[in-house]
Design a protein around this ligand. Structure first.
Ligand code: RP5
Length: 181
């Protein structure tokens, strides 16, 4: 099960091994039931060689811990927060209220409204507290947007983003070829 595979990567306050680079991206989610949506996001961050870690913290069930994590995130060295939640998805917006870091919201599909509730909860932020919202369930775009943000100041990350785009380009051209042939 994918959730079991990544569960090992989710640990609220487990310090990384000493040799590991400090995580630049914090991937937070309202529940471990959001893990399958974030698996492709975590995999892509790893593929792009961007150090990241994952935490379950809920705007509703653990509000004090969530506020503490988000308010210390910049000081702890994170550069971007990716926040996923479903239903009444307040986690990305609340995280953005507690941090000056860019926050990318991932609406999670899972309720009776197929994720529309989550999308609207995340995207309809009030003036002054922005959340960059990707499509429902699109953890891959969240990882790529985080990489683009980091790439502004890190040419190696930018090159990896460009390589990802060329691979996607080649893949589509390959399919075109097969259809034409
Ligand atoms: C949200 O409620 C979580 O982000 C999750 O998507 C949803 C359901 O959570 P569980 O009841 O599965 O823990 O806060």
């Amino acid at each position: 099960h994918v959730a079991d595979q990544i569960a090992a990567r989710v640990g609220a306050d487990v310090p990384p091994p000493l040799a590991a680079p400090a995580p630049l991206v914090a991937v937070i989610m309202g529940s471990d039931s959001d893990l399958p949506t974030l698996a492709p996001c975590l995999d892509l961050l790893e593929k792009l060689d961007i150090p990241a870690d994952a935490h379950v913290t809920s705007a509703h069930r653990t509000p004090a811990e969530m506020a503490s994590f988000a308010s210390r995130a910049a000081q702890r060295g994170y550069k971007v927060i990716i926040a996923a939640a479903g239903g009444a998805a307040h986690l990305p917006g609340m995280a953005a209220a507690y941090t000056p870091l860019p926050v990318i919201g991932v609406p999670v599909k899972g309720s009776s409204t197929d994720g529309m509730d989550s999308l609207l909860s995340i995207v309809q932020m009030p003036r002054g507290v922005p959340v960059a919202t990707v499509a429902i369930g699109n953890g891959v775009n969240a990882a790529l947007l985080a990489a683009r943000i980091l790439g502004v100041h890190d040419v190696r990350v930018r090159e990896r983003v460009e390589r990802y785009a060329s691979e996607a380009h080649a893949e589509v051209r390959g399919k075109e070829g097969r259809l034409e042939g």
